[in-house]
Ligand binder design. Structure first.
Ligand SMILES: Cc1cc2nc3c(=O)[nH]c(=O)nc-3n(C[C@H](O)[C@H](O)[C@H](O)COP(=O)(O)O)c2cc1C
Length: 189
């Protein structure tokens, strides 16, 4: 699992190649296997493969979504606040598990934030996505995961860059920063 986590990078350039039906089914399983508070499963998903839909979604916000235009697949993650008060946590977990399932299938992916973002100065990105995909007003749109065969190479995350200084042992105190036996960058204190 750690190897997969190190390898995962946000991929925003995709080859002109479809994601297979089998891969889409595995991605959907990854989403539906996500743990949720009280097992309420307050999420729903829209698998978008139509070029028209992907192009429309690429315009969800002014920055950070445009690469959907060249992607073969997007999964839109919807939450229902009437089903769970922690739908944000549950949809976030589903989003990252879709990304990790994509990674395990050697597909690239990138999270596109929709909740709390804006399409323009009058319309939220959420309302825009709801209009494009006919999502009922009472539902919430958390994120979109863009997925495809990577057409860019990124270095995996290295252990040297991990922020171990953010980890404490037993309590939050300067003297209690976690010391791991194999952490290369822990400064002697
Ligand atoms: C909650 C969240 C929202 C993000 N929103 C966007 C986004 O809207 N557009 C985008 O291109 N990347 C987005 N990203 C990807 C981050 O920019 C990326 O994960 C971060 O820069 C670290 O790079 P890495 O994923 O390659 O490790 C988002 C990531 C997270 C976790």
């Amino acid at each position: 699992m750690l190897a997969l986590l190190k390898k995962r990078r946000s991929i925003r350039k995709f080859k002109f190649k479809k994601v297979s039906t089998d891969q889409i089914e595995q991605l959907v399983q990854g989403a539906l296997l996500s743990p949720t508070s009280k097992n309420r499963r307050p999420w729903e998903f829209i698998v978008v493969t139509e070029e028209k839909g992907l192009t429309a979604l690429s315009k969800s916000k002014t920055h950070g979504a445009q690469f959907l235009e060249g992607a073969p697949l997007a999964i839109v993650i919807i939450g229902d606040p009437e089903v769970s008060d922690v739908w944000i946590e549950d949809t976030s977990i589903a989003s990252i598990l879709i990304q990790m399932t994509a990674e395990s299938l050697e597909l690239g992916s990138c999270w596109i934030q929709i909740r709390e973002r804006f399409h323009n100065d009058k319309k939220s990105a959420e309302d825009y996505v709801k209009e494009v995909l006919s999502i009922p007003a009472a539902k919430r749109v958390a994120s979109i995961i863009a997925i495809g065969h990577p057409d860019e190479e990124k270095k995996p995350h290295s252990e040297e860059n991990l922020l171990y200084e953010k980890v404490y042992h037993n309590r939050y105190h300067e003297d209690c920063r976690m010391r791991l036996s194999n952490t290369p960058n822990i400064k002697e204190q």
